[in-house]
Design a protein around this ligand. Structure first.
Ligand code: GDP
Length: 527
């Protein structure tokens, strides 16, 4: 049963540099799969009635999306779990965590901008984590780069060979149609104004397309001829990326993307089991058809202001999840009752009765759980999935409670933020644990932490930004040398790792040269 259900699932995330069209594409995907009636409902742009928490109030004020949702779309026989990722680069740590919970990613490029800084970082994280990537060049309805130029960027700058599934007829800004590379047929579109509803599509056989588009069609075929054909094996191995073109705003190329997800993206499969690795088992993985197991890849607090609840988002890795089942929390060995299990659709929540590998369930009242924790059915073997990778922070601030009378609440709040992965907490021996160092990938993470300490834990805190920007792991023996040096801090992560923090890479390099230190980078995307 779970084998069959796993085989028909695809769990993916859409990733991109901000503004490439991620939200627009998400809505277009939902429209094509008829999961919702009108585009816009996914992100609740119009009617915000229902569950609106202080969280969302903050999102609204800042005009950013902090909450990631999981959207389940039915496309033919296949169920696509679309894991949303935050749009703002400051929350890329959240995006990286979501990438541990998917089986493939869809990378969106803006036709006019090509590879942008966040695009490069995300490609790198996918490579490190072994997440295969399908690439969609978006906004082809507007002037932009040449298709072959974009392909060169992919192969030269990130060593990923693009293998086209579709190819545009007409340059960016003059989209006449999309060649279906496998057949040579061309799809033409009559755009739906404003993206409301599906674009009307017509399919022309190659010969007919040649007559209608002449040199533009020939140019498209010439472009395609310069590249290799799609190959699933090298795609799964991270050497090639199936490439598509389109315009999410007009729903052009979106159906082809859905087909590519179904045909090429892998179904959920066995995941590494650290417990079995430790005992030296032959096959240290958790097969999808073994009893229920999953891991927490994201925590969300305060989604419902009436309850101040903590929702743990769990990626199901094996077996069948059934609402109400009691599972074992691997880290503590304690039972965890899943009386409240949700599927979170944008701002709407719906109770989920059952789930299968690749699905995401939101477990309520989950304050005992932490990001990276594993859960499993007590009637099956224990499992521990690999720990959530720790990402390289670039921003550091010293935290103090405003009113010393609230120290207890402050500690509790800090511990909770750490558990949820809102910020990383580092403790410096010199400064003590009453003034922890908050470490973040993006500075907005500090804002979220400050907001929550104030509103949720009633322990307002004061942050003092530290003039530091680089973290390295450091050998215990080298720590005393650095403690005395200017422009550095030594602090410990809760997993015991000792970190040296430097003002900048120049300071780091000069100290490293001076004392020949054993420093190791914490790579974005985890080690
Ligand atoms: P996100 O930040 O990646 O989620 O990007 P959005 O989906 O919010 O899109 C950013 C902007 O690009 C918005 O103004 C969209 O309307 C616009 N946009 C998205 N897709 C397309 C497209 O295919 N064509 C054009 N012309 N604009 C688009």
């Amino acid at each position: 049963m779970s084998l069959h259900e796993a085989a028909r699932r695809r769990s993916i995330a859409v990733i991109s540099h901000p503004d490439a069209g991620k939200s627009t594409l998400t809505e277009a995907l939902a429209l094509h799969t008829r999961a919702i009636a009108t585009a816009g409902a996914v992100h609740g742009k119009g009617d915000r009635a229902g569950v609106v928490s202080d969280w969302m109030e903050m999102e609204q004020k800042r005009g950013i999306s902090i909450t990631s949702a999981a959207l389940q779309l039915a496309y033919g026989d296949v169920i696509i779990n679309l894991l949303d990722t935050p749009g703002h680069a400051d929350f890329s740590e959240d995006t990286y965590r979501v990438l541990t919970a998917v089986d493939a990613a869809v990378m969106l490029l803006d036709a006019a901008k090509g590879l942008e800084p966040q695009t490069l970082k995300l490609f790198e994280v996918c490579r490190r984590r072994g997440v295969p990537v399908i690439t969609l060049v978006n906004k082809w309805d507007r002037p932009g780069l040449e298709a072959l130029e974009l392909c060169d960027e992919l192969s030269e700058r990130i060593d990923l060979q693009p293998t086209p599934l579709t190819w545009p007829v007409g340059e960016a800004g003059r989209l006449l149609g999309l060649v279906d590379v496998a057949s040579g047929d061309v799809h033409t579109y009559e755009r739906a104004p404003g993206g409301a509803g599906l674009a009307r599509e017509e399919r022309l056989a190659g010969a007919e397309a040649g007559k209608r588009f002449g040199a533009d069609y020939d140019d498209a075929l010439d472009g395609v001829g310069l590249l290799d054909a799609v190959d699933q094996e090298s795609f799964l191995a991270g050497r090639t990326t199936p490439l598509l073109f389109g315009a999410a705003l007009s729903n052009i190329g979106v159906r082809q993307l859905l087909d590519a997800i179904v045909d090429l993206a892998p179904a959920p499969s066995a995941r590494p089991d650290v417990r079995r690795t430790e005992v030296g088992a032959d096959a240290p993985t958790r097969p999808v058809d073994s009893p229920f197991s999953g891991f927490v890849f994201k925590m969300q607090a305060g989604m419902d202001p009436r309850h101040r609840d903590h929702v743990a988002f769990v990626r199901v890795c094996s077996g069948r999840f059934e609402r109400g089942m009691t599972v074992t929390h691997e880290r503590s060995g304690r039972p965890f009752a899943t009386k409240y299990a949700l599927q979170v659709f944008g701002r709407e929540r719906e109770t989920v009765e059952e789930a299968f590998p690749g699905d995401v369930v939101g477990l309520v009242n989950a304050s005992a759980l932490a990001v990276g924790d594993s859960l499993y059915a007590p009637d099956g073997p224990a499992v521990r999935f690999p720990p959530m990778p720790a990402f390289a922070p670039e921003h550091f601030a010293l935290a103090r409670v405003k009113d010393p009378g609230q120290s207890k609440k402050f500690r509790k709040g800090i511990a909770q933020l750490q558990q949820e992965g809102v910020v990383q907490i580092l403790i410096s021996e010199a400064r003590g644990d009453a003034t922890p160092i908050l470490a973040a990938v993006g500075p907005l993470q500090f804002e979220v932490a400050t907001y929550r300490m104030d509103h949720e834990f009633s322990a307002p805190m004061v942050l003092e930004h530290l003039d530091l920007s680089v973290a390295r792991t450091v050998a215990e023996d080298d720590a005393p040398t650095l403690t005395a040096a200017l422009g550095t801090e030594i602090a410990r992560r809760d997993d015991g790792t000792l970190l040296a923090l430097f003002r900048d890479v120049w300071r780091l390099r000069s100290l490293q040269r001076e004392y020949s230190l054993d420093l190791r980078p914490l790579v974005a995307g985890g080690e």
